[in-house]
Design a protein around this ligand. Structure first.
Ligand code: F0G
Length: 435
């Protein structure tokens, strides 16, 4: 039986490396890396039963909506290295009014904002932190638009590692910055954008022997596969027509695609859902690359701009993996404006669900894709809400009070605005106002 190993993702290279090598790119060709396993002894029907039984258990790893499914990412040799905050276990929420807005008969949100630190990053970070501990690392680092740093800070601190965080100065939502500080991370606000800081952090990681926990780390991707595994388990293995998600650095779509292909190859599911990645129009290098024929070289966007700061990324590292997943699932890439994101976000909020701006790109994208006839009105669609509504409260207040401005300073119309009303301490006046 072949041991778990790292493999270069570049088709012409495919070099193998040890699972405990500290690598983020292939030393031979510079390509991305991914974890590979020998799954030949797995039985899909038996595992489906085991995973159901684990939901009834009080064992911490069975409680985790990530590690419950560990047989599909068996890279950790010793479970003692795992740090769990009971991540995953995120709900599938139907939302009829949001479906109507998106031009669909029905929609289901897989809400990753229910995670311990409020975003889908926890699914990957529990895996990355486990690998860091297994490698005997002391310090871990990441560059982040906010959620990765919040998640890394929590998992590193919970696991006895020192978190070092690098964020673009002034471009991260307060909910996320507050988390990094509160979870005890040493936090550096750098006068540069995400893409420039990633290059900086890679130099520092090498120089200081710090373990890098950005999504270029292949173990983060392994953990994030659990989002689609749990989704399929919750749906009793009925494959949706579409899975829609926002795209920034493109780690998540890479993880979804790998997880889904592995589940199909192992007989857990009989086909792949189509993947739809939605980008903000001001930060849409992957959209442009795919639209223009998907032929390398990939053209990075030098000055990405969007109020959805989570996906404000011009040079997404995982684009080769994302391209494979879009092409092999018959997927699409779409882009949406700031106004479209804002109105979709308020619609998700008014459904009692709520999410952060980047997550709302999903519903805005679905609305465009149904209008264009690409997604059928009767389609079975799961949209992944990647972050919690409280991550970016400034955005919410500004939208509802009509003060939200796009990066180019143009006003965003509060189509579904719901401003607070200032009233005197007077029962008669308030009665009159309520009507
Ligand atoms: N949605 C949210 C809320 C995010 O925080 C991110 C990425 C994405 C979507 C995009 O996911 O990068 O895998 O394509 N946030 C990263 C961060 C970059 O640093 O927190 P992706």
């Amino acid at each position: 039986m072949q041991q778990p190993h790292l493999q270069c993702f570049t088709p012409s290279c495919r070099a193998h490396f040890d699972i405990t090598d500290v690598l983020y790119n292939c030393p031979k060709c510079g390509g991305l890396l991914e974890a590979q396993y020998d799954f030949s002894s797995l039985s899909a029907p038996a595992l489906k039963r085991t995973w159901r039984e684990r939901r009834m258990s009080n064992d911490p790893l069975s409680n985790s909506g990530v590690w419950r499914y560990r047989e599909l990412f068996p890279f950790i040799a010793d479970e003692a290295h795992i740090v769990t905050l009971r991540e995953g276990n995120t709900p599938l929420l139907p939302a009829p009014r949001a479906a109507h807005y998106g031009g669909l008969d029905s929609i289901t949100f897989k809400h990753q904002g229910f995670n311990p630190t409020g975003s889908f990053k926890d699914n990957g970070m529990t895996a990355g932190a486990a690998q860091a501990r297994r490698l005997g690392m002391k310090r871990v680092a990441c560059v982040s638009t906010g959620n990765t740093s919040a998640s890394m800070a929590a998992y590193a601190s919970a696991g006895g590692l020192d978190p070092l965080i690098f964020i673009p100065h002034g471009n991260i939502a307060y909910g996320k910055l507050s988390q990094a500080l509160e979870y005890g991370a040493k936090t550096f606000q750098v006068e540069a954008n995400f893409d420039q800081i990633l290059a900086l952090v890679r130099v520092l990681a090498e120089r200081l022997g710090i373990y890098l926990l950005n999504s270029i780390n292949p173990f983060r991707i392994e953990g994030q596969k659990s989002i689609v595994i749990e989704m399929m388990d919750q749906r009793d293995w009925r494959v949706p027509d579409w899975v829609v998600l926002p795209g920034g650095n493109l780690g998540n779509v890479s993880a979804f695609g790998k997880g889904l292909r592995e589940m199909r190859d192992l007989g857990f599911i009989d086909k792949l859902p189509r993947l739809a990645v939605i980008q903000a129009a001001g930060s849409s290098p992957f959209y442009e690359y795919m639209r223009d024929g998907a032929k390398p070289p990939f053209k990075a966007q030098e000055h990405p701009e969007t109020l959805a700061t989570a996906i404000k990324i011009g040079d997404p590292v995982s684009w080769p993996k994302a391209q494979l997943e879009i092409e092999s699932s018959g997927g699409v890439v779409e882009r949406v404006t700031e106004q479209e994101i804002a109105d979709a976000k308020a619609t998700i909020g008014a459904a009692g669900i709520g999410c952060e701006p980047a997550s709302a790109a999903t519903l805005a994208g679905i609305r465009k894709l149904t209008a264009a006839g690409i997604i059928d009105r009767a389609a079975d669609v799961v949209a992944v809400l990647t972050g919690n509504v409280l991550k970016d409260p400034d955005y919410i207040i500004n939208y509802h009070t009509g003060k939200l401005r796009a990066p180019d300073k143009s006003p965003i119309h509060p189509t579904f605005g719901n401003a607070p009303i200032v009233v005197p301490n007077d029962a008669d006046k308030i009665t009159e106002l309520i009507g």
